[in-house]
Ligand binder design. Sequence first.
Ligand code: GDP
Ligand code: MG
Length: 598
Amino acid sequence: QQQELIRNFSIIAHIDHGKSTLADRILEYTGALSNREKQDQYLDTMDLERERGITIKLQSVRLPYKAKDGKEYIINLIDTPGHVDFAYEVSRSLAACEGALLVVDAAQGVEAQTMANVYLALENDLEILPVINKVDLPSAEPERVKEEIEDLIGLDASEAVHASAKEGIGTEEILEQIVEKVPPPSGDPDSPLKALIYDSIYDSYRGVITYIRVVDGSIRKGMKVRMMATGKEFEVTDVGVFTPKPVSKDELAVGEVGFMVASIKDVKVTRVGDTITDANHPASEPLPGYRKINPMVFCGMYPVDSGDYDDLREALEKLELNDASLRYEPETSGALGFGFRCGFLGLLHMEVIQERIEREYNIPLITTAPSVVYKVYKTDGELLEIENPTLMPPQQQIDHVEEPFVRATMMVPNDFVGAVMELCQSKRGEYVDMQYLDANRVNIVYELPLAEIVYDFFDQLKSGTKGYASFDYELSGYKTSDLVKMDILLNGEPVDALSFIVHKERAYYRGRQLVEKLKKLIPRQMFEVPVQAAIGNKVVARETIRAQRKNVLAKCYGGDISRKRKLLEKQKEGKKRMKAVGNVEVPQEAFMAVLQMD
Ligand code: GDP
Ligand code: MG
């Protein structure tokens, strides 16, 4: 039986521990990459991923492997992202697997996201195989790291493979362990079709392509299928596998991983996490869906050119298709016009979406500073959930405000405990716990306001610990805080897109800092522009942008036409990222200025 020869697995790791490199070695070893195709980190396909060295979208690939027992196995590798913002994607890919390789850096040891990923794997009942990577490093301590895996995670690490993905050491042993220890898929080939949609993409020629894992039954070309969540039915026009190139097949059998095409044009029909079944012999129950994860950070996205509004909506629709944690809804700003309020898992997620819209869809954007969701209890008993600071009611109508807190776990070497505690304290953190993991490493737990985390907490943590700290967090609940809305006025007019919510104790300081910053960022106009920060009607800080003195073109003496044109073009280029707010030209950076304070 072919089912016995299938192994579906993922690789999980803390970021930079070598997951992508190991995936490449496995692809090479099994011959899935020809020399021509070979380039580092094959699975990281998006330009953005290569540039930033992070894996964002999960990818899968089917690998043939002839094991030492003489049998030909089909091994499906499903790649997962490593960053804390993308835990949702990790849990999706894990649901399509029976096993996971847990890659741990032999020099760094277990880190915060190693733990977080292990919990996700355990939730999905996966067989976890530890791999100690980077044993080639002089600082590698595989035995110590094994102990850590046993002590901190509670996994048996006695058979953990000692690997160097960089030098290709241990690859065969890893594949042998996958074959031996990861169970084959257990689905029933004779039951009605149940296939899990674990991802999907939009292709302009073929429509929606869904990535599926067949759990029961099988799916064939020509079959009529039904999406169980939406009830919509389609005829399957193609099924196949990734080798890693897409290759068509007649059928995907029970336990297999691959793609399905059914000339689906509407991206909303195929929800990730939904179950596909046979329309003529439908399954009675869908597969358990994914744990729903709510966005934690919101910002406004506005096209620089208002003519791009419809294109922006279309881009968001397509991105949402395979990014279930992305939210958006139309929003109007007095300053920025028509746009969308978008929700993200974290700041990196937000940046990635923003960059993809600009690069892949070619829509220049103005984005506003991110905000968390506040719960505002009004004196009249009404409860408002505020995603946009502008919508905060006037102070006299507010009884109290709650903000989201996270439980943050930071693992750091001893020497940096003081620095980390100081940082957390300065971010309004509340100390929870501290444990010594071994002689030199400490696990510090704090409750912190999410609003402080989404800004530059991670960067500050990294720089304060010379890059040694690792970090993970989860939402822990809402708490009452003394918060006020700060308005920014340009030329006497409040600019809604610049409003932000701030702790009362820091309000004056932040207001002052921001107007100073805006004075530097907003170019001089033909007239004088006052910049003010106000709480309610009370102005707490003021600066003035002086009027422009000279026409820039005057410098060109009229003679040199090409130089003049260049200058004009340069100005136009600069304008792309400017938005006229009333009669003041405001650059993109001004809207994000609130993020880069302290
Ligand atoms: P990922 O974030 O887990 O996908 O990690 P990558 O595969 O991108 O690797 C992170 C960095 O570690 C890269 O610079 C790799 O070249 C390096 N790296 C990966 N595996 C090894 C290894 O076995 N030995 C050494 N010395 N470096 C490695
Ligand atoms: Mg990677």
